[in-house]
Design a protein around this ligand. Sequence first.
Ligand code: MG
Length: 270
Amino acid sequence: MKLLRYALGDETYAGILTGDEIMRLGIEDIADMMGAELAFVETGIIDSLADARVLAPLQPGKILAIGRNYAEHARELDNDVPAEPLVFAVMPSAVIGDGAVIEWEADMSAQVDWEGELAVVIGETARKASPEAALDLVFGYTIANDVSARDLQTRDKQWTRAKGLDTFCPLGPVVVTADEIPDPQQLRIVTTVDGVEKQNGSTADMIFDVRFLIAHLSRAFTLYPGDMILTGTPAGVGKAQKPPQFLTDGSVVSVEIEGIGTLTNSCRVL
Ligand code: MG
């Protein structure tokens, strides 16, 4: 199933997307789907995707992210390939949905960059999960853009502001349930900026795969339903272009992942 949250006028709903139709569910949040029987939440109402404003598919509890999880990306920014996952956190308040605007103040950053990533949505409480059982804890997958202010990232030494500014975590447009993606390590990720391809990678090239990441993270933090893991970005970010290229006012950035869809956001400099 492809699950999404959407607004019609002032009302928000969760639904199942099929083609350009949405089967409205009698719940407000996709997190409420976890452990629920679908038959109990069907409303029988069909909405048109064209009439809907798509929202972020869920409001994550915590967002754990992995830096430099593709060797070619680590090397393109002159970083060492990490020996263990480089873990950081993204502010849940940074989340926006497909079609919403990424915005920042001109005097805050002049180096706003894109990072297309596979995002894992946790479906069950997990502590010290084994890699073998890890995929059973996954509710589904979505697309993230780990938008990164490179100048703040360098200046602050750590990444809380650089990757956590309001609007810097676009997610969506849908969560695809895990049953439709039996192997998350076989997905193509393509990022375009203003229609020009910048990143074209495969999740097969992750240094630490989804199973390993869930096991590793759940040793440090209890994972709860609705928590999310951003699994890192392939090569082709703006800072590594020759010359470097960054998002600017009016830029349109799209991240497409095979089997999930395309997440598109425009940019506004305030
Ligand atoms: Mg990233």
